[in-house]
Design a protein around this ligand. Structure first.
Ligand code: ADP
Ligand code: MG
Length: 458
């Protein structure tokens, strides 16, 4: 595998991609690794867009996926790569390469994402990379965005499945010339317990021979099988299970004596949260709002964002957070996936992510996506998961076990040490290649420090 030592800031040893060519004898699609974007023979407009964004070299997923994506005839692809490694640009470059710009209002590419925030963010990336393509029109198909009198009139459409489905049914979205379908967060989007039904219905309304690209940081086994049916005969790029975490994220857990004290501990962390920006994940909309009100009442500047807000408020709240006007966002799983705000240096799992009937099982995928809101593209960050009883402790231990990760323990009774440990990470700005924060690397330090323990990973 090509050594990807680069100056793009992405930790070079971040992961090994296991690439399977679905057709072993396909010599027309060699895995020619492109060491810089120039080698990919992109159109001049796209190349200029990447330069303007200061993307100097492709990340590994871009380097590996793009030669496959740009090959003719088009072939389906299922690609897995960790959070913050540039999956969006990989599929956006593919999309922009496939569009016929002589038909600027004719939908030709459809990108689906699970939330309006993510769809809007992807729309922004398409516009940025495509900024030197004057004929490019990008439309968002998210609640409240489509002008019903006009319909969907752009060559690239980015949307959420419900709104896309409705606009097709209302004949406001002409799908006949769509040639490429991208599903971001594909494991989530194809999950039959969630959006899978809608995604499937959308696919059934599209041309049969459309090129299908599925991207995610996680592909749990049972969704993986379904994905291969959804995108038949696909090339696939999959990660090894214990390579799923990003090295720049220092994963910690806070041992809270009981549920009631979680709030006080959260408040004590406030000054650390505002060194950069922070996202606090809770399990319900209601508790997001309650915690927000309490913290504001206690004099802290925080905001809540969740699905009960109306679309305009959601857009405004995220915009404030992106711009740094608000620095602490309390939210639910609605923000767990895809959201890219590079200033986020801390993620707090106030509640451990759970799934299944009655939230009875730990949710390792959601854990990975949540902590992946920090440590974007080689940056460093801290995640702190709160445990307060046997149930939450066991759930976190199961998640740690799943990915073979060691979590650093923090305790509220030794606050000086807790602060020091967090500051060590977030005050260093970037992950060096192979960067591991000193104190984390040297564990176990039980004897030396007294309190350093990890969640059992056996
Ligand atoms: P993922 O979808 O894999 O979680 P994103 O596509 O959101 O990650 O990208 C994470 C960040 O990395 C974004 O801020 C993006 O602008 C940046 N990025 C992507 N590719 C490059 C590149 N080749 N060089 C520099 N920065 C990049
Ligand atoms: Mg993404």
């Amino acid at each position: 595998m090509a050594d990807n030592a680069n100056d793009s800031g992405l930790a070079e040893n971040a992961y090994e991609v296991q690439v399977e060519l679905s057709d072993m004898v396909d010599t027309d699609n060699p895995l020619a690794a492109a060491n810089d974007f120039k080698a990919l023979n992109l159109s001049e407009g796209i190349y200029q867009g990447l330069l303007a964004m200061n993307f100097k070299k492709p990340s590994k997923v871009q380097e590996k996926a793009l030669p496959l994506l740009l090959a003719d005839p088009p072939r389906n692809l299922i690609a897995q790569s960790q959070s913050g490694t540039g999956k969006t640009a990989a599929f956006v470059i593919a999309v922009l390469s496939r569009v016929d710009y002589s038909k600027p209002q004719q939908p030709q590419a459809l990108i689906l994402a699970p939330t309006r925030e993510l769809a809007r963010q992807i729309q922004g990336v398409v516009q940025s990379i495509g900024q030197f393509i004057p004929e490019l029109i990008v439309e968002a198909a998210v609640p409240g965005a489509i002008d019903r009198a006009v319909g969907v009139k752009g060559s690239v459409v980015v949307g959420t499945p419900g709104t896309v489905m409705e606009s097709i049914k209302r004949r406001q979205f002409d799908t006949r010339e769509l040639r490429i379908l991208v599903i971001d967060e594909a494991d989530n989007m194809l999950d039959m317990a969630g959006l899978g039904d809608q995604a499937n219905k959308v696919k059934n309304m599209l041309p049969r021979n459309i090129q299908i690209l599925l991207f995610s940081a996680t592909f749990p086994e049972k969704v993986g099988q379904y994905a291969r049916k959804f995108a038949p005969n696909a090339h696939s790029m999959m990660l090894q299970r214990d390579n799923l975490t990003v090295k720049g994220i220092s994963q910690m857990f806070m041992d809270c004596p009981n549920d009631n004290e979680k709030y006080d501990i959260l408040v004590k962390l406030y000054s650390l949260m505002t060194i950069g920006s922070s996202v606090i994940f809770v399990s319900t909309r209601n508790s997001a709002s309650i915690i927000e009100q309490r913290m504001v009442g206690d004099g802290h500047q925080v905001s809540a964002l969740h699905g009960a807000f109306d679309p305009a408020d959601r857009d405004r709240l995220l915009e404030d957070f992106r711009a740094g006007r608000s620095k602490v966002l309390i939210t639910t799983n609605v923000m767990a996936r895809g959201i890219d705000v590079s200033s986020v240096s801390m993620v707090i799992n106030y509640d451990i992510p759970m799934k299944g009937p009655g939230e009875s099982e730990p949710d390792p995928e959601t854990y990975l996506h949540r902590i992946g809101r920090t440590g974007r593209f080689g940056r460093v960050g801290v995640s702190i998961s709160f445990v307060s009883d046997k149930r939450s402790f066991n759930a976190l231990a199961a998640i740690a076990n799943e990915y073979n990760i060691d979590l650093v323990q923090l305790t509220p009774d030794d606050w000086d040490r807790t602060e020091r440990k967090i500051q060590e990470v977030i005050k260093s700005t970037r992950a060096e290649p192979g960067y591991v924060p000193e104190e984390v690397k040297d564990q176990p330090q039980d004897e030396a420090e007294g309190a350093e323990k990890t969640v059992a990973t056996e």
